[in-house]
Design a protein around this ligand. Sequence first.
Ligand code: PBG
Ligand code: ZN
Length: 267
Amino acid sequence: DRMEEKLEQLSKAGIGGVMLFGIPDHKDELGSGAYAQDGIVQQGFRKAKELFPDLYMIGDVCMCEYTSHGHCGVLCGHDVDNDKTLELLQKTALSQVQAGADMVAHSDMMDGRVGEILDKNGYINTPIMAYSAKFASAFYGPFRDAAESAPAFGDRKTYQMDYHNRREALKEVDQDVLEGADIVMVKPAMAYGDLIREVKDMTDIPVAAYSVSGEYSMVKTTAAAGFIDETSIMCEMAVSAFRAGTDIYITYFAEELAKCMDEGRIG
Ligand code: PBG
Ligand code: ZN
């Protein structure tokens, strides 16, 4: 209900793009709120495009905010069924684009998801950003609290990556590029600078880095407790991601960072 106010601020700050995340009124086994024509995110895109047609809007394609069990796909017993999930992800991406999303970003980590999605429905020019090297990370904690999307049992380690494993990350990037991703992402950003650099060096397409909720919350709470200077730390983290090679930086600090850039505090 306060989206308009927020978008107006972001738009004035000159932010390059905005990602929408949704929490439905009702969660179910199949995460139907993710692909409902009148789902919360679909309504959000329609409204955003009407109010700010020039603001670049990006959809996060996943099931975990919408499923009652909190996993990123359809369950078969206690496991996520990769191939059954692909169908629902395709419906989700399509419904977001039909509602006005300019780009879709797949955060689910199912295999084969990028290729499945938009082309066969005629959306050949809609870019796809793949969360390719997405690690099973404790840095997502605050997001899951906010979205009430922590898995009800088990963890996400069958589809998100083990953070010990560098080469698997590179393999995931290769696979998403082959499937047609237009942008590949490394997530989280802080603590993963080595992989941002490696991914940047191995591909010609743009690389994104997602500075996640745990990174943001650590800075906010530690600064509030008086231990660090929030603005300095925020700038240092952002520059380090760009130095590591990211082309696109996804951050909850976007508005504050834009201000620092305008003031010439960072380049
Ligand atoms: C949905 C999704 C998540 C994040 C972005 N998209 C949560 C997760 O994978 O648990 C994390 C964002 C953040 O922590 O800021 N799959
Ligand atoms: Zn998910």
